[in-house]
Ligand binder design. Structure first.
Ligand code: IMP
Ligand code: MG
Length: 184
């Protein structure tokens, strides 16, 4: 999928493919520096984080394993509900593991602050967070994020794993939607 397939639905490209790739290379290098001598358990948050997981993990040299969790906080709208439910739990026991949560975006931060506490309570040796995107609202919540790709404005974005009503996840860049798409 590319911009031309979006027609009038795409407002603008916020972060293009080259920028995503370049930043992921830098993040992977930081992660390699921080995790010397340790094995990482990458925990991808389904479904938005699939692209970040695939691309970031392939740039990391440190030994790692991958696991996935699915949580719900959004439904098909554009506002955080604040309610977090586990739809799919991890397959691995995280006890004693160095967990690195991989996220697509932090908006209110509610999902991640809940997830981090949850994984810490299972006895993980450490829990850190890597996110491709972060919105300004997230700054209001006490969640310490070790690796942030891009700070973006408080606008609803799609692409690179992020959806609107399950659409546009396979856009290779991050873009904003024209208001007519979501009736705004
Ligand atoms: P939070 O709990 O408000 O931080 O929401 C986190 C989750 O909401 C993310 O993992 C996304 O799945 C979803 N989300 C937040 N902002 C956007 C957006 O702009 N576009 C698409 N999904 C979003
Ligand atoms: Mg998500």
């Amino acid at each position: 999928m590319d911009a031309t397939d979006m027609g009038q639905d795409l407002k603008s490209i916020l972060v293009d493919e080259a920028e995503l790739d370049q930043r992921l290379t830098e993040m992977a290098a930081e992660i390699d520096r921080d995790y010397v001598g340790r094995e990482i358990l990458l925990v991808g948050v389904l479904r938005g984080a699939i692209m970040v997981m695939a691309d970031l993990s392939r740039k990391i040299h440190t030994p790692l394993k991958m696991d996935w969790m699915a949580v719900s906080s959004y439904g098909s709208g554009t506002k955080s509900s604040g309610v977090v439910r586990i739809l799919k739990d991890l397959d691995n026991d995280v006890h004693g593991k160095h967990v690195l949560i991989v996220e697509d975006i932090i908006d209110s931060g509610l999902t991640l602050s809940w997830l981090r506490k949850n994984l810490e309570s299972r006895g993980a040796a450490s829990v850190q967070i890597a996110t491709m995107l972060r919105k300004p609202e997230a700054a209001k919540v006490e969640v310490d994020v070790a690796y942030v790709g891009f700070e973006i404005p408080n606008e609803f974005v799609v692409g690179y794993g992020l959806d609107y009503a399950e659409n546009y996840r396979h856009l290779p860049f991050v873009g904003t939607l024209a208001p007519h798409v979501y009736g705004g």
